[in-house]
Design a binder for this molecule. Structure first.
Ligand code: OOG
Ligand code: NI
Length: 264
């Protein structure tokens, strides 16, 4: 568990410093007597050799995580898997990849060129997971990618890092409903992702989720610094399965809308 904590501490540092500076405020708003439980994080990549989902999963597998579910997002051309650790206190990990081969020839060429810039060996050590972008690009390239796939633009601009952490609503004393958490956040000036409704999922699918809209963060492009959507914060309430344990998986229809937390 020590190695799990070390990795998540590093992911949290990168997430709050680089992708979602408002996360510290959300964390403070919701923290009660006990430290907040992080339900899961999510990571994004391209399904190209050397940077695919499996490559991002490897450092988690190395510390005991196991693949536990697969998800398809046809419209967005994404494939995802989630990973769990034998210790239930360890956060789950949701990793998705863009199916680059299904995208336009232009997008494929651009993304291949970005990935070619990665220094030899940079993806071997798990530190790449919280090390940010391993290639350079200009703002027009980002815009072109984002026009075809918001997801492709996001990965191209930010590189590797947790795009969200997730507060476990089950743990909170003060709130039982995801809508109550949303109200507190709105009251403090945050914008909630309304795609598909402010709460995604239902007790029937054993998972309810909501999220903030991503912070706008400054990113250095080769032709200057621009402000674009970075990371966001998620809130998840899990329901008991028939076996008496909390549902541990994700819900594709809900995840499809959570992805949109990084839309412009
Ligand atoms: C992941 C979106 C899915 C969830 O909890 O369903 C997700 C992402 O935005 O990369 O996090
Ligand atoms: Ni999530």
């Amino acid at each position: 568990m020590e190695r799990v904590e070390k990795l998540f501490d590093a992911l949290w540092q990168d997430y709050t410093n680089r992708l979602c500076p408002s996360a510290a405020q959300v964390h403070d708003l919701l923290t009660e007597e006990e430290p907040l439980l992080n339900d899961h994080i999510a990571l994004r990549t391209f399904n190209l050799p050397g940077v695919s989902l499996d490559v991002l999963a490897a450092p988690f597998i190395a510390i005991g995580y196991k693949p536990c579910g697969t998800y398809h997002f046809e419209q967005k051309k994404l494939y995802a898997e989630h990973f769990e650790h034998p210790n239930p206190a360890a956060p789950k990990v949701f990793i998705s990849e863009l199916l680059v081969g299904q995208c336009s020839a232009a997008l494929q060429n651009t993304v291949r060129e970005l990935v070619k810039q990665i220094p030899e060996g940079a993806m071997k050590d798990g530190a790449f997971l919280y090390g940010g972008r391993l290639w350079d690009l200009d703002y027009a390239t980002y815009e072109q990618l984002a026009e075809e796939s918001e997801y492709a633009g996001w990965v191209a601009a930010h590189g590797y890092g947790a795009n969200h952490f997730t507060v476990s609503v089950n743990q909170l004393e003060q709130f039982t409903e995801v809508t109550e958490v949303n109200s507190l956040l709105r009251h403090n000036g945050f914008t909630i992702n309304e795609a598909g409704g402010e709460v995604k999922g239902s007790p029937e699918v054993l998972l309810e989720q909501s999220s903030t809209m991503a912070d706008r963060v400054d990113v250095r492009f080769t032709d200057g610094i621009r402000s674009i959507p970075g990371g966001f914060y998620e809130f998840a309430k899990r329901y008991l399965q028939e076996n008496g344990e909390l549902y541990p998986g994700f819900v594709a229809a809900s995840a499809d809308k959570i992805f949109e937390s990084t839309n412009m």
